[in-house]
Design a protein. Structure first.
Lengths: 163, 295, 769
C-alpha cells in the first residue's frame, strides 16, 4: 500500500506543504511536485552532483535524500538565484562571462555548491576551491572555467583583487 | 522513486529502539548514502526502513565528564571536520572523514552509518581503530559500550543486537587514547575525490617528553582485510624505540606480518601490500613530525 | 569580419545558468509509461524462455514484451549518412530485443508500467532461461579458429579487414644499418560519460510516431527508427531538445527504435525510456579498445625507412560504427609521420562486449597513443630530442593526401610544437629534471596528432539551412546541425550575422531544437564538422536571403541591387555606405504591403566536397611518485591549428573539455569486465574513474590561427582534436621522468606498479619465491 506523508518546508523562500509519496527522493519531489527542473538526474546515487540543492544552507545530492526528510527544512534550488525580473546573480553572470557553461547539465549543481562556498564569505585558495567543488562531475569544461568563475566571484565579493 | 515498502521515522532514540523491536526486518537508515544506493541496486529493494535521520540529539561532538570525546552517531563528516574539539584533539579524524566522497556526501554521510555498514573501506574506520574508539549502542536494556575492534564481526556485519532493538548512538575516543597523541591518515584511491579507498592507513604516535622515543605507536588499515584492522607486529617494532629512519623502514615492512589484503578487480594483493608498506612509513614519518619529533 | 572571431557569450548561456533549459526529461508528457529493460545476465547464448507470469501480476505493470515478440527486422544504428550504394551502407545486425544474446547487458525484454517502481519490480520478476554459449572478450582471441562466433555472416568474427600498402616494405627493411623499434600498444574500453544519460520518450499521433530524444543526430535517427519498426521514414518524427552532452555516444540510434515500438505496442500512449547510468555504460556505446603492433625501421639519422602497423579493434557485440573508426585510425599513420614503405592492416572484430561506437576522436585518441609512443621510442633509439625528432619527420608543409585531397597548407605541426614548447618551458624543464634520480621524479613530454574535418569523401557531406527575416529585422535560422553543448548555436549565430550583415549575433535566432518535420535536413553533430559544413550553407542561404531583401529594397528605394549590401542590420548603398532602409522597416513593409506582401525567407542545401586537416599537439609535465605508483600531471597545454576561431572563448573552453577527457583516458578511465563471466564490473561513476576537478592541473589552451583556405570562415575541426594527444603526451612525460616506456592505458597505479616492478624501479623483496 502506498504510504504518504504531509511535509511542510520552505522552497526557495516560499513556505509550502504537500502530501508526498514516502518512496520519493527529494529530486523526485522537486522535479515532479514543484516543477523545479533545474534539479538534474545524472546518476541517482550521489556520484555526479547534478541534483545538488541547498538544504538549510548545506549542499546535498537530492537524489539520495528522502523527500520525507524535507519536512521542516529550507530548500534552495537554482531557480532561487534569478531575480524577479530575470536578473542574474553575480555567480550566474560569472558562469556566462567565463564560458563556464557548455551542455549545461551539471551547471545547476555546480552553481548551488558555489553559492554554499560564497556564503561562507571566506577566501579560499584555488586548491581549496577544487576540493570544495569536487562533488560534481563535468565532462564538457574540464572544470577550468567553472573554477575561474567561482574564484573570480569569491574575490569580487571579498574585495580581493583578481590576479 | 525508491522501492521501499514502508518508512518509519523515529522521533527519539527510545522510539527508534521501539520501532526496531517492532520491525526487526527493517533496515535502519541514517544519512542514506549507502542504504538508498543499495536499495536502488535492488539489494534491499522492497524493504522497510526505519529512519533515524531526524534525531538531532545524536548530532554533535562534546567532551564527557571523564574527558572522553563523544561524537554523536549522526554527526556528518563535514561537521566532524569543522568541529573545534576534533580539530584540537584528534585532527586526523577530521582529515580522514574529509576524504570521504565529495562535499555533498560529507554533508549527508554520518560517522554512525560509516561504521554500522561494516565495510573495510570506510574512511573513518582505520582512524577509529588506530585510536581505539569505543562504540556506544542503545537498546531496550540501556547502553552498551564496546571497543571498535569488537564491533566489527566480519565484512558487512557489526555487533548490533537487533533483538535488543539496538542502534548506535555515539562513538567515543577515550582520553588516554588521544592525549599527547598525533596522527596521520593516508587514503590511497584512484582519484583525489569521489572515490573509495584502495587502502587506508592511519598511524598515530605519542613521543617521550624529550621527543626522542616512541612511547606508543598505533596503526590501523582499511581494506587490508575483510574488516578494518590494527597491525600489532608493526606497533611492537616501534613501541619504545628511538626515532630513526631505519625504524620507519622496519615499521613499514612489519605490517606485512599483520595485513591480509585480497586480490580483486579493484586492486591486486601484491599491489595493496606494496603500498601498505609505503603508506605505513609515510604515515609514521608525518605522525612523528606532527608530534614534534625530529628525523 | 567583425562578429566572427569575437568571444561572445553563448546564446543558450542565460537559460542554462538559470535552470530553464529543457532537456528531454523536462518535456515529458504527463502520464508517460515507464519502460524498463531486462538486460541479459550472460555474455553469450540463446534465450530459451522468458517467464512473465509474475511480472504481469505486479500492480502497475501494463505490458511485458520479450525478445519473442519483437519484429524480426535487422537494422543498423550508426549515425552515418545513408548511402545509396548498398555496399556502403552500415551493417544491419541489430534487433529491438534479442533471442541471441551477444553480451552481458544485451536487451532481452521490457516491462512497461504506470510507475517507475512497478517497472523495476517487473524487470526483477522476469525469469529468463538461457542456453549459454562460450564467449570471447579479446579481439585477437576472437579471430582465432574455433573462437565463439557472434554473427553468422562474419567468419572468425572479423567484421572487416582493410589495408594500406605503400612502397615495398619487405624490400625496404633489408636496408643495412636499420634500427628496429617495435612495440605493442594497448588502449582500453572507455565510455563517454556525458552527464545527462541517454533517454527518450515516444507517442503516436494521427498514425505517426514521435520520439523526443537526447540525440546528436535527429535526422539520421528518423531513418533508423523507420527501418527498425518497418515504417516509412516520414511516419517518424524525431525531436531533439537540448541535450546534456553526447561525445559520440548519441551519434547512434540508441533506444529510440525500442521506445517507438513500445509506444505502438500500447496503442500509442506516451512511453519513456530513461537510461540509468549503469545502462549508459554498458547498453549504449563505448569507445573501441584498439591494440596496435608497430614495427618502425629507422636509419641512424632517425629517418623512417619502413613501417608496419597492425590494428585490432574490439567492436563488441554489434557493428554500430564498425570499421570506420579503426580505418580512420589506420589512415593517420601514413600521413602523420610519412614513410615510403608501409604495410598497415586493420581488423574490426566482434566480441562479447558492449557495442563500440563513435567517441570524441573517432579512433584518433587510440592511434595517437600508439603512434606518438612509438615515435618517442624512435627518438630515443637515435638519441634525438623527441621534439626535434617530430620537427624533422612529421608531415611537412605542402603535404597532400591522395585520397581526401587534404593539403597541409601551412607548417601547422611545427608551429604548434614550437608554441607548445614555449608555453610549457620545455627546454628549461628538460634540463632541470634531468638530474631527478630519487623516488619522486619529474618529466616533460609531448605528442602530436592528426585529424581532419567532416567525412567527405568517405561519405556524404551536406548542410541545409533556412532563414526567415523577422519583422524586427532579426533573422530566425534553422539548420540540421545540432547543439550538443559544444556551442554550435552560438558559432552559427555569429557566422550568420556576419554573412547577412546584421548588427549582432543576438539578431540571429537559432532554432536550437531540431524537429525532423520542420527542420531542413542535416546530419548532426559528429566528425568535428558542423562549424565547417554549416559555414557553406549559412553563407549560401544568406546570399539568397540578401538577394530577396535587395529585390524588395529595390522596389522601395529604386536603387540598383548591384549597389546594395547589408551592414549593421540596414540595407546600405555599397558605393557610399548610405543607409537605404533598415531591415526591420523593409520586413514590415514587405509583410504588410496590401499590394505586394512577402515573407522574406531563404532556404538552401550545400553539398560540401572538401575536407580540411586540423592539427595540434599536447605538452605535459608530470611528477612521478615511484614508490606510490602515482603520477600527477603538473602542467598541460594543448596547441591547435583549427583555422580561424569563430569564438575564441568557446574554442578555448572546448579544448579544456577535450584535454580533461584525454587526461582521464591517459590516467584513470577503463571499463572493466569480469574475464570469467563477461559481466561489467565498474559501470557506475564511483568505480569508473572519470577525472574530478581535483585530478587536473590548470588546463592551458592556445591556438595558431592559420585560416583554412577551403572554408568559408577559415575554420576547421576543433570538437574532437583536443581529446587526441593528451594521453601520449603524459605517457612520454613519464618516459622522460623514469625511463619507463608504458605500453598500456590507462597509466593508473595498477599498470604503473607492474611497469615499475618490471623495470626494477620498485623492488618488493617479500614478493619473491
Amino acid at each position: 500500500m502506498a504510504q504518504y506523508k504531509l511535509i511542510r518546508c520552505t522552497i526557495n523562500g516560499e513556505p509550502v506543504e504537500r502530501m508526498i509519496d514516502v518512496r520519493a527522493s527529494l529530486t523526485d519531489m522537486l522535479r515532479n511536485d514543484f516543477h523545479l527542473t533545474s534539479v538534474k538526474k545524472g546518476c541517482e546515487v550521489g556520484e555526479c552532483g547534478a541534483c545538488n540543492v541547498l538544504i538549510d544552507g548545506e549542499a546535498f545530492n537530492s537524489c539520495i535524500y528522502l523527500a520525507a526528510w524535507a519536512d521542516g527544512k529550507s530548500i534552495r534550488t537554482l531557480e532561487s538565484l534569478t531575480g524577479p525580473n530575470g536578473e542574474l546573480s553575480d555567480i550566474q553572470q560569472a558562469f556566462l562571462d567565463e564560458a563556464a557553461i557548455q551542455c549545461g547539465f551539471c551547471t545547476p549543481g555546480f552553481l548551488m555548491t558555489a553559492v554554499e562556498i560564497l556564503e561562507t564569505k571566506k577566501l579560499y585558495t584555488r586548491d581549496e576551491l577544487r576540493k570544495l567543488l569536487s562533488g560534481h562531475l563535468c565532462r564538457c569544461t574540464g572544470y577550468e572555467n567553472i573554477l575561474n568563475a567561482v574564484e573570480k566571484t569569491m574575490k569580487r565579493r571579498l574585495g580581493v583583487p583578481a590576479e | 522513486m525508491y522501492d521501499l515498502k514502508a518508512l518509519y521515522e523515529a522521533t527519539s532514540v527510545q522510539n527508534a529502539v521501539e520501532l526496531r523491536l517492532e520491525h526487526p526486518e527493517a533496515q535502519i537508515i541514517a544519512g542514506g548514502s549507502d542504504v538508498l544506493v543499495q536499495m536502488r541496486e535492488g539489494k534491499r529493494a522492497g524493504k522497510e526502513l526505519i529512519s533515524i535521520y531526524g534525531l538531532d540529539e545524536l548530532r554533535g561532538v562534546s567532551i564527557d565528564e571523564s574527558g572522553n570525546i563523544r561524537i554523536g552517531s549522526l554527526t556528518s563528516f563535514s561537521h566532524i571536520t569543522r568541529d573545534p574539539i576534533i580539530q584540537k584533539y584528534i585532527n586526523v579524524l577530521g582529515e580522514a572523514v574529509d576524504m570521504v566522497g565529495g562535499p555533498q556526501i560529507r554533508n549527508i554521510g554520518t560517522i554512525g552509518g560509516n561504521t554500522c555498514n561494516g565495510v573495510t573501506s570506510a574512511d573513518s574506520a582505520s582512524t577509529l581503530h588506530a585510536w581505539e574508539a569505543i562504540v556506544e549502542l542503545t537498546g531496550k536494556n540501556g547502553v552498551r559500550r564496546l571497543p571498535i575492534k569488537d564491533f566489527y564481526i566480519k565484512a558487512g556485519q557489526v555487533d548490533i543486537r537487533v533483538e535488543d532493538g539496538e542502534i548506535q548512538t555515539a562513538i567515543l575516543i577515550p582520553k588516554a587514547s588521544y592525549e599527547n597523541t598525533f596522527g596521520h591518515y593516508i587514503k590511497y584511491a584512484m582519484r583525489n575525490a569521489m572515490d573509495i579507498a584502495t587502502l587506508g592507513c592511519s598511524v598515530n604516535v605519542r613521543l617521550s617528553k624529550d621527543k626522542k622515543t616512541i612511547e606508543r605507536a598505533r596503526i590501523a588499515y582499511g581494506v587490508a582485510g575483510p574488516v578494518p584492522m590494527r597491525a600489532p607486529h608493526a606497533e611492537a617494532v616501534a613501541n619504545g624505540q628511538a626515532l630513526s629512519l631505519d625504524l620507519i623502514d622496519r615499521f613499514g615492512l612489519a605490517v606485512l606480518d599483520d595485513i591480509n589484503p585480497r586480490d580483486s578487480w579493484r586492486a591486486s594483493k601484491a599491489f595493496r601490500q606494496h603500498i601498505a608498506v609505503e603508506m605505513a612509513k609515510r604515515c609514521l614519518f608525518t605522525s612523528i613530525q606532527l608530534a614534534g619529533g625530529e628525523l | 569580419m567583425s562578429i566572427v572571431g569575437k568571444s561572445e557569450i553563448r546564446v543558450d548561456a542565460y537559460d542554462k545558468a538559470t535552470g530553464r533549459t529543457k532537456y528531454y526529461e523536462d518535456r515529458m508528457p504527463g502520464g508517460a509509461l515507464y519502460v524498463r529493460i531486462k538486460h541479459a545476465e550472460i555474455a553469450h547464448g540463446f534465450v530459451k524462455s522468458v517467464d512473465v507470469s509474475e511480472a504481469v501480476r505486479i500492480k502497475g505493470v501494463v505490458k511485458v514484451l520479450t525478445c519473442f515478440d519483437a519484429p524480426e527486422i535487422d537494422f543498423p544504428t550508426a549515425g552515418h549518412p545513408w548511402s545509396m550504394d548498398p555496399g556502403h551502407q552500415d551493417v544491419a545486425d541489430r534487433r529491438l530485443l534479442n533471442t541471441h544474446v551477444r553480451y552481458w547487458g544485451d536487451d532481452v525484454a521490457v516491462v512497461i508500467a504506470e510507475d517507475e517502481v512497478a517497472a523495476m519490480q517487473g524487470v526483477r520478476a522476469l525469469k529468463v532461461e538461457y542456453d549459454p554459449l562460450p564467449f570471447v572478450l579479446d579481439a585477437q582471441k576472437a579471430m582465432e579458429e574455433g573462437a565463439p562466433q557472434l554473427h553468422d555472416d562474419y567468419p572468425n568474427n572479423i567484421l572487416k579487414h582493410t589495408s594500406v600498402r605503400k612502397g615495398d616494405y619487405e624490400r625496404a627493411i633489408r636496408e643495412p644499418g636499420l634500427i628496429k623499434v617495435e612495440g605493442w600498444y594497448d588502449t582500453p574500453t572507455v565510455q563517454h560519460c556525458h552527464i545527462e544519460n541517454h533517454g527518450c520518450f515516444a507517442y503516436a499521433d494521427n498514425g505517426r510516431i514521435t520520439v523526443v530524444s537526447s540525440t546528436q543526430i535527429p535526422h539520421i535517427v528518423r531513418r533508423v527508427v523507420g527501418q527498425a519498426i518497418g515504417r516509412p521514414w516520414s511516419d517518424v518524427q524525431i525531436i531533439k531538445p537540448y541535450i546534456g552532452g553526447g561525445f559520440g555516444n548519441k551519434q547512434d540510434a540508441l533506444y529510440e527504435p525500442l521506445c517507438a515500438w513500445c509506444s505502438l505496442e500500447v496503442g500509442g500512449r506516451p512511453v519513456r525510456i530513461d537510461c540509468t547510468r549503469e545502462e549508459t555504460f554498458v547498453s549504449n556505446r563505448v569507445r573501441h579498445a584498439i591494440r596496435f603492433h608497430i614495427i618502425s625501421w629507422i636509419r641512424p639519422d632517425g629517418s623512417m625507412a619502413a613501417r608496419k602497423v597492425d590494428l585490432y579493434s574490439n567492436q563488441g557485440a554489434y557493428a554500430s560504427h564498425g570499421h570506420s573508426i579503426v580505418a580512420k585510425a589506420m589512415g593517420s599513420f601514413p600521413q602523420l609521420y610519412p614513410c615510403d614503405n608501409m604495410e598497415c592492416d586493420a581488423y574490426t572484430v566482434y566480441t562479447n562486449l558492449p557495442a563500440a561506437g563513435a567517441m570524441r576522436g573517432y579512433g584518433m585518441p587510440q592511434a595517437s597513443f600508439a603512434n606518438d609512443s612509438n615515435i618517442e621510442e624512435c627518438a630515443h633509439a637515435v638519441h634525438m630530442d623527441p621534439v626535434e625528432y617530430r620537427n624533422r619527420f612529421i608531415m611537412p608543409q605542402g603535404y597532400e593526401d591522395g585520397f581526401s585531397k587534404n593539403v597541409n597548407y601551412y607548417d601547422s605541426h611545427r608551429e604548434c610544437l614550437e608554441r607548445g614548447k614555449q608555453l610549457i618551458g620545455y627546454d628549461e624543464k628538460i634540463k632541470a629534471f634531468a638530474n631527478d634520480k630519487g623516488p619522486i621524479r619529474r618529466g616533460v613530454g609531448c605528442a602530436s596528432f592528426w585529424y581532419n574535418t567532416a567525412v567527405w569523401p568517405i561519405a556524404l557531406e551536406t548542410s541545409s539551412n533556412r532563414m526567415l527575416l523577422n519583422l524586427d529585422g532579426t533573422v530566425t535560422m534553422q539548420c540540421g546541425e545540432t547543439e550538443i553543448g559544444q556551442g554550435a548555436d552560438t558559432a552559427f549565430a555569429q557566422m550568420a550575422a556576419e554573412a547577412i550583415g546584421l548588427k549582432s549575433y543576438r539578431d540571429v535566432r537559432v532554432v536550437s531544437c531540431q524537429d525532423t518535420d520542420t527542420t531542413p535536413t542535416g546530419l548532426g553533430a559528429y566528425a568535428s564538422r558542423q562549424t565547417y559544413v554549416a559555414g557553406f550553407s549559412i553563407r549560401q542561404t544568406a546570399e539568397l536571403l540578401k538577394k530577396k531583401i535587395f529585390a524588395y529594397a529595390e522596389k522601395l528605394t529604386r536603387q540598383s541591387v548591384d549597389n546594395m549590401d547589408v551592414r549593421g542590420g540596414n540595407v546600405v548603398r555599397k558605393s557610399d555606405g548610405k543607409v537605404l532602409i533598415s531591415l526591420s522597416e523593409l520586413a514590415m513593409t514587405a509583410q504588410y504591403n496590401p499590394q505586394d506582401s512577402e515573407h522574406i525567407t531563404a532556404e538552401s542545401t550545400y553539398t560540401i566536397k572538401n575536407n580540411a586537416y586540423s592539427f595540434g599537439c599536447t605538452f605535459a609535465e608530470v611528477e612521478v611518485d615511484i614508490p606510490m605508483c602515482r603520477v600527477t600531471v603538473k602542467n598541460i597545454v594543448n596547441v591547435h591549428d583549427c583555422g580561424t576561431l569563430i569564438n575564441p572563448a568557446l574554442a578555448e573552453a572546448q579544448v579544456h573539455g577535450g584535454m580533461s577527457m584525454a587526461i582521464g583516458y591517459g590516467m584513470s578511465e577503463q571499463l572493466l569486465f569480469d574475464q570469467k563471466t563477461g559481466r561489467p564490473l565498474n559501470n557506475n561513476l564511483l568505480d569508473y574513474k572519470l577525472s574530478t576537478v581535483m585530478d587536473h592541473p590548470d588546463l592551458a589552451a592556445d591556438f595558431i590561427e592559420n585560416p583554412e583556405p577551403t572554408s568559408v570562415f577559415g575554420t576547421k575541426a576543433l570538437g574532437e582534436p583536443p581529446a587526441c594527444s593528451g594521453a601520449p603526451a603524459i605517457r612520454n612525460a613519464i618516459y622522460n621522468a623514469t625511463g619507463v616506456a608504458l605500453h598500456k592505458l590507462p597509466m593508473n597505479p595498477h599498470n604503473l606498479y607492474a611497469a615499475f616492478s618490471e623495470a626494477g624501479l620498485i623492488h618488493d623483496s617479500w614478493q619473491e619465491g
